[in-house]
Ligand binder design. Structure first.
Ligand code: EPU
Length: 422
């Protein structure tokens, strides 16, 4: 397995290009199952999770061709469709559950393996099941698979989710687009990735209003057609790279980044002593002056502080002046980076959903490993702030969600290398 070696850094300077959003692309790709005409996604990120979704869609009968070095995905689903999403692929990536809504809508039935839990939490599927059942699907669990059937097709309905789940909102949107009649989803998730999916579905002929608010109205249509859609910029990759100059000093511009997609995060950076500016080409970030100040953070659904930036923010706060409290309200087990940061000299106490970070003067390099994507990148950021060398192992987690992380950071002057497994 590859590892990444980081050495404590001085100020960074230059530009980092921000890719298309992993989590938007993973929801957009299954939309190809809704139409027999081609769907082309431009600005796609080149990540292992995208390759896993490609493999899953191919197993269902769709064709996905990566063009322009993987930045354009030409997808098509005009032949026979296999309704079974197999455990062997689904277990690799939870976002595989996003084929459930489209398969049901197109075929009237689907058999999708339960993804199982993952390192950050149990992550059940009840909200997806309730939302699709409201549209008339009968869903039962047999042998680890959800068997879903909508005899006579899906029918529009009013449904309120018990929690604003991102994935369940996406499944509902795709399913309701081809249902008969009007659907209203209340307490819908408002994440920018949902707005991006709705935009793409509209380009395919769907009638959707209210995306980006907590009430989405969908007027079902008989069929969807082909479209070309650019994947929205990755706000989590943006936030991650914004933290690099916050940690090391200097000034970095994240090209293609949009502050309006991570305002709550930018407010916390401002309070911590980091200056953030939207330019015509991206987002410019530098430290205001002196040391970073402690800030308290609570993760919440959009527009709140994103859980996907909590680990990276913790890396910044490890060397802040004062004590910060981070509260994780989305996932029950998302502090696994804390013990690894402590190996680097951080002073952190974790109690249930709260982590108290007492800022220390300096971190020290150490061998570390992490069990999920955002935790891994937080260790790289911490390594940039540490004295000496940090070796981050289990880099395959990083490759799921960050395209060429070492090249992008090296481009702004970071001391970082990938060591290939022999
Ligand atoms: N939940 C349930 N039942 C459900 C669905 C969700 O209890 O049926 C719970 C989950 O266990 C979790 C919470 O609700 O505690 C939020 O889950 P949600 O469904 O909103 O998340 P998701 O759709 O599974 C997406 C992102 C995650 C991101 C979350 C929250 C994708 C592919 N994944 O997951 O991204 O953390 O929304 O914003 O879009 C990451 O990129 O590192 C990542 C984990």
């Amino acid at each position: 397995m590859d590892s990444i070696v980081v050495r404590g850094n001085g100020p960074l300077s230059g530009q980092i290009p921000i890719a298309g959003a992993k989590n938007a692309c993973l929801a957009l790709m299954p939309a190809t199952l809704l139409s027999d005409e081609p769907l082309t996604l431009t600005n796609a990120p080149r990540l292992s999770d995208i390759r896993t979704m490609t493999e899953l869609l191919a197993s269902l009968g769709a064709e996905v061709t990566a063009l322009q070095d993987g930045k354009v995905l030409a997808t098509s689903c005009h032949g026979e469709i296999n309704p079974v999403a197999d455990y062997d692929i689904v277990r690799k990536m939870r976002a595989s559950n996003l084929v459930l809504g489209p398969l049901l809508a197109r075929l009237g039935h689907a058999v999708v393996s339960l993804p199982g839990g993952c390192a950050i939490g149990a992550r059940p599927m009840d909200i997806h099941v309730d939302a699709l059942s409201a549209l008339g699907a009968e869903i039962e669990l047999k042998d680890g698979y959800l068997h879903a059937e909508a005899k006579g097709g899906l029918k529009g309905a009013v449904h309120e989710m018990r929690f604003a789940s991102v994935g369940a909102t996406e499944n509902f949107l795709m399913a309701a687009s081809l249902a008969k009649g009007t659907s209203v989803l209340k307490n819908a998730a408002r994440e920018p990735e949902i707005v991006d999916l709705a935009k793409c579905l509209r380009a395919m002929g769907a009638q959707i209003e209210g995306d980006g608010t907590s009430e989405i109205v969908i007027e079902g249509v008989d069929r969807l057609h082909g479209a070309t859609h650019p994947v929205v910029a990755d706000r989590i990759e943006l936030g991650t790279y914004m933290l690099a100059p916050a940690i090391c000093g200097g000034e970095v511009e994240c090209l293609g980044g949009r502050i309006d997609l991570i305002e709550s995060f930018c407010e916390k950076l401002d309070a911590a002593g980091v200056s953030v500016e939207q330019t015509h080409t991206g987002v410019k970030v530098s430290r205001k002056n002196g040391r970073i100040h402690a800030v308290d953070v609570v993760t919440e659904p959009f527009p709140g502080f994103p859980t996907d930036l909590q680990a990276q923010m913790m890396a910044l706060l490890c060397t802040a002046e004062g004590t910060s409290v981070l509260e994780e309200k989305i996932f029950e087990n998302r502090f696994m980076h804390a013990p690894e940061l402590m190996r680097m000299g951080a002073n952190i106490e974790v109690h249930g959903g709260h982590a108290t970070v007492h800022g220390v003067e300096k971190l020290k390099g150490a061998p570390v490993m992490a069990t999920d994507l955002r935790a891994s990148v937080s260790l790289i950021l911490a390594g940039l702030a540490a004295e000496g060398e940090t070796v981050v192992s289990r880099v395959y987690h990083l490759d799921r969600g960050y395209e060429r992380v070492e090249e992008k950071l090296k481009g702004v002057g970071a001391h970082i290398e990938r060591v290939k497994a022999s």
